[in-house]
Write a protein that binds this ligand. Sequence first.
Ligand code: AMP
Length: 304
Amino acid sequence: MPLVVTGTIGVDTIHTPTAQVEGVAGGSAAYFAAAASFLGPVRIVAAVGGDWPNEHRRSLEGFAGLCTKGLEIRPGSRTFAWGGRYFENLNRRETLFTELGVLQEEPPQVPKEYRDSRFVFLANTHPGVQLRLLRSFERRELVVADTMDLWINIARDDLRTLLKEVDGVILNDSESALLTEIPNAISAAQAILEMGPRFVVVKKGEHGAVLVHREGVATVPAFPSPLERVIDPTGAGDTFAGGLMGHVARVGRGDLATLQAGLAWGTVLASFTIESFGLDGLRRIHRADIDARIEEFRSVARIG
Ligand code: AMP
């Protein structure tokens, strides 16, 4: 079933306790699409500026199954840029800067061929833009959105409108607390269900994730990566969403059991992203590596 993602493609600057890197390929839609492409075809809708490095383009185009027809390159504009710094245990990070660039302009056009997309993921960007893009997919069956602190702080009204129109939302525990003012993840998710969606996935970093659905609750532990293999957690959340939605689109349904199985695919794909900077962790693997890690996860985590 056709899966489409809208969101950002950006150039990241990342400070971890042991390294500082600039010019890394990133963006919410880039990580999502790269991850989902291992499970089935995925279409990407995003805009970048004329300064977007060729090398980043080649890297994205290298993922078989990822269609870049909806990628708009605007010569006179600047690519979205983001910088983040991780604290000692890599669990917490702060944003150093956000340069919106092309995100301040008109949203990208959805190509005609993409309008039949049934499964839609609205990766992180301004919720007003997410809302406009969502309405372009006339045959949508399942729409899931992500959001983050910046948008909760500066575009809360648009976000509340968006939540009324989506089936699901994925966010991390600090964001669910910020949105609802409820620190407990499950209670916060239940409060978000009241705002419209049928399900909420709250990501809890090293503690895994919890799916709170109108019909039940499911959890998944994090993949037990040894700390020495964790290089850069950037993009883990978007990769997780790509694995989850990639699985849902492949099965062709978004019921509770399928979503629950999708949690494992998301977790395993994210475990590759955090082993390198940017998209490198996903670039160097094949489907067989993912299948092997799924098997390992099933036995180690005893998730059935
Ligand atoms: P994650 O670590 O999964 O939360 O996502 C990190 C990616 O999100 C980075 O590659 C950034 O370029 C991108 N990003 C950071 N801030 C924003 C924002 N406000 N809106 C959209 N994408 C963002």
